[in-house]
Design a protein around this ligand. Sequence first.
Ligand code: MTE
Ligand code: MO
Length: 383
Amino acid sequence: AVYSQEPPRHPCLKINSKEPFNAEPPRSALISSYVTPVELFYKRNHGPIPIVDDIERYRVSIIGLIENPKELSMADIRKLPKYNVPATLQCAGNRRTAMSKVKTVKGVGWDVSAIGNAVWGGARLVDVLELVGIPKLTATTPSGGKHVEFTSVDKCKEENGGPYKASIPLKQATSPEADVLLAYEMNGEALNRDHGYPLRVIVPGVIGARSVKWLDSIDITAEECQGFFMQRDYKMFPPSVNWENINWASRRPQMDFPVQSAICSLEDVDMVKDGKVTVAGYAVSGGGRGIERVDLSIDGGKTWVEVARYQKPNVPYVADDMNSDKWAWVFFKAEVDIPQNAEIVAKAVDIAANVQPEDVADIWNLRGILNTSWHRVRVRVGY
Ligand code: MTE
Ligand code: MO
């Protein structure tokens, strides 16, 4: 059977689907470490985990609208300067379970932990593309509206047994500031099979779906990728769209993720002995927009206080000259005192002053993506 050679996984992961394997850590484990340990990092797959066993013969082919197509070995990729980029990866389906309570949605259910923060090590895509004669983006480079398509070696039923694929605009792929990586390390260790061994794409600030694992080829194309996960999935629709009136072509593939936060020190509903409660969690925004503020309410959103937040000042594996907080989440933490049963709410604001929407019903969509509504947990005092 195709699923007979899956890698071992940590027993604490909550399995949302076994085949393909989709799992997330418990809330408390997610915030136990600023850099998410590999074994606790959520795993999101659309097929069996492929096995790339002959690393000597492994090649990434670069094809398409270029003069000289090339095949790169891992040795070729390792010869390029190595970058370590701390970046939070988040699945567009994070917090889907809560959205499905408004009205049924299609997709794997997730609590608040389809997200993780890792230090990704590898070659920059800009440097790889230079090897095939594509220059880095400058003020005068014509971008020409082209795209860079990434194809995997895995097989998924949505592609009728074909590989997973996605694309990003050439402009982003050739921009040194975008920090797009071909990563072969995660938290200083070789990438493991679940997360894309031997090589995966990391597109910081963008929904996880574009960070293609188990990379097979890079195609320079005139058009955006026409694959299932670009054109028939991971698009944001308004609440009025249903499976009868959906027009996939009317929307663009989702790229940047919106501002998000979640309380992870409490389950919903949680019981506490007395009114002293630790409220801790994460906040992050897409597109390299940092977090400006996290607001906390203990009365269901009537009144708010700003809560202390932090980013570990010395993330391991990061060179001093790197902007360590651009793509990575912040943690927040507060000790609150609640007199009786309460609804505790968190909402974050990013540096562009984007705020999380109040009500999940207002952003309900049939695929259940991008649930970034205020995160609420109910607490019962005195049991
Ligand atoms: N790449 C391949 N080849 N196959 C996949 O199923 N899933 C995508 C993306 N890249 C996927 C993939 C999705 S939807 C997400 S959210 C991330 O990988 C998850 O990455 P992770 O499993 O390393 O957390
Ligand atoms: Mo995802």
